[in-house]
Design a protein around this ligand. Structure first.
Ligand code: GLN
Length: 550
């Protein structure tokens, strides 16, 4: 059982998607944490996919990997960053995952011969998971974000689970609706009607929101607050204005300007502690960085981008962008990120020279062969021109291939992922992965989640972390081929981080006297960057970028 007194806050979205439910849920968690509550968070995604791992990032956004290897949604990253938590698979569910469990259970005769039905068995499984997550975290409050928008068919069963929970424990369950109030340009006035409809639609699922977060381009005025209160059945002091902001990290601060944590505690009938001034001030100081006029650090982010808008790009690499911000902020810089298409350098190698105007280059994670030759020419350019370079996963594999080709002289060096018939496969699959690929077992079968690595003394990696042993999160199928390690190291590339048994290469770098910062990680350090605890490798990279700029 969960703690008797555990409270549950469901967060739902109205009118349009993308109104910031995830950031709202994270911010609610933060303001409650600041009032002495232990908080955990859950995301419920409506799609059938068992996890987010098999979806294209330009379709779904970033795949955020948890410590236990679960491939989840970017909102999980927001929860971990805002709340400084480490979550596991129990904090994440999809429709597919819930059905899979129920069907497996039925096949094992665990329902004792009963007819297993969509209702109540699916919502009951959802409720069981929510309570278990609360119990594992020993949480005072569990915040549950229901994916999708009110009124769509897909999330009805999650809403049904929420309704059933409210019915079971009326005093312990509350609902926050994040809605959008458009201001049509021709009308010039903020409109409440879509939100009124959304609340009524939610009502038809048997749920009444307790708090309404009114998102919009501008602040909600008193007249509209009263109107929403009247038509949505919510006292006007619980209709909270949430205008667009430049930085998401201001949102918890804005919520507290409206005394939201007091309201939540009142509604949940808990006596919370006084605000923790010290940690609140630390957050305030951090959030202020986004506004202070300061010098910039210019980062080139190389990837393969289709005709996607900027917002899609930034969604696919959200954790990398945030990690760059945290490390730049503590060094009093603002990162300016330029998205550059690796394919362009294949078509027009002369463009490589333009890279000189950046303070640093990042090649983030990636899959498949498109753009790889462009990536390799960027790595070469960065190495030869001593531009700080940070390779994340695929970006590290690119470093090794480039080094093998241009320093070891293995002209056809490649990864098996791109060219399985190359004679010099410097990045290869492990035996266990070969089986997965042969049997088309793609879902959840990469090297996933947290692994330990041991760092070599005297290296950039070791000095940046300030310790010998690290834990970092992985998501890849391919590894540096052990048969080339001797030759690569003999020619100067240093594998400064390795698995404890010494077989897997986790970090590659060039010594500081050869290059100011030329380092790649087989893992994804971006998943462990926190607002108040920037990631040491990102910080070392930014430091090198600032130095170059001078
Ligand atoms: N495609 C590479 C692999 O599977 C790298 C993956 C990544 O960058 N996340 O090993």
């Amino acid at each position: 059982m969960d703690k008797k007194e555990t409270k549950y806050i469901f967060v739902v979205g109205g009118v349009i998607s993308g109104v910031g439910k995830g950031i709202t849920a994270s911010s609610l968690g933060l303001i409650l944490k600041n009032r002495g509550m232990s908080v955990t968070a859950i995301k419920m995604d409506p799609y059938i996919n068992v996890d987010a791992g098999t979806m294209n990032p330009t379709e779904h956004g970033e795949v955020f990997v948890l410590a236990d290897g679960d491939e989840t949604d970017q909102d999980m990253g927001n929860y971990e960053r805002f709340l400084d938590l480490s979550l596991t698979h129990i904090n994440y569910m999809t429709t597919g995952r819930v059905y899979k469990t129920v069907i497996e259970r039925e096949r094992n005769l665990e329902y004792g011969g009963k007819c297993v039905e969509v209702v109540p068995h699916i919502p009951l499984e959802v409720i069981g998971r929510i309570k278990k997550a609360g119990q594992i975290a020993n949480a005072d409050v569990v915040i549950i974000e229901i994916g999708g928008t009110i009124g769509e068919y897909q999330n009805l069963l999650f809403l049904e689970a929420a309704r059933m929970m409210k019915n079971e424990r009326p005093k312990d369950v509350m609902f926050v609706m994040v809605s959008y109030l458009p201001t049509p340009s021709k009308i010039g006035e903020m409109k409440t009607k879509p939100t009124q409809y959304a609340v009524r639609t939610l009502n038809s699922s048997g749920i009444q929101p307790d708090i309404l977060i009114a998102r919009g381009e501008t602040k909600l005025d008193d007249k509209r607050k009263e109107k929403l209160s009247l038509f949505c059945n919510i006292p006007s002091d619980r209709v909270v204005s949430a205008p667009d902001v430049d930085s998401i990290y201001d949102i918890p601060l804005n919520f507290e300007k409206e005394k939201l944590s007091d309201k939540l505690c009142g509604l949940l009938n808990v006596s919370c502690k006084k605000p923790d001034i010290k940690s609140w001030n630390a957050w305030k100081k951090f959030a202020a960085h986004a506004h202070n006029g300061k010098e910039v650090v210019k980062i080139a982010m190389i990837g393969k981008y289709f005709e996607t808008g900027d917002f899609i790009l930034s969604d696919s690499y959200l954790s990398v962008i945030e990690a760059l911000k945290y490390s730049a902020y503590v060094q009093n810089r603002k990162p300016i990120i330029s998205w550059l298409n690796s394919v362009d350098y294949e078509k027009n190698p002369a463009r490589l020279r333009e890279l000189k105007k950046y303070d640093g280059i990042v090649i983030p994670g990636g899959f498949g062969s498109r753009g790889v030759e462009g990536n390799l020419s960027v790595v070469k350019f960065a190495r030869e021109n001593k531009i700080p370079y940070f390779g994340l996963c695929y970006g590290m594999q690119m470093m090794v291939i480039e080094y093998a080709r241009n320093i070891l002289g293995l002209k056809d060096a490649n990864t098996r992922e791109v060219n399985p018939s190359s004679k010099n496969i410097v990045i290869d699959v492990m035996e266990s992965q070969k089986e997965n690929l042969k049997n088309n077992l793609y879902g959840g079968s990469m090297r996933l989640g947290e692994y330990k690595a041991i760092l070599r003394d005297g290296t950039i990696a070791r000095n940046s972390y300030g310790k010998k042993e690290i834990l970092e999160r992985h998501r890849h199928r391919y590894e540096v081929n052990p048969s080339f390690i001797g030759d690569l190291e003999a020619k100067g590339l240093v594998f400064s981080g390795r698995s404890p048994d010494g077989h897997l290469m986790e970090i590659a770098e060039l010594p500081k006297n050869k290059h100011p910062f030329f380092l790649g990680t087989q893992f994804h350090p971006e998943f462990l960057a926190h607002p108040l605890r920037p990631h040491p490798l990102f910080s070392a990279f930014i430091k090198a970028c600032i130095k170059k700029n001078k």
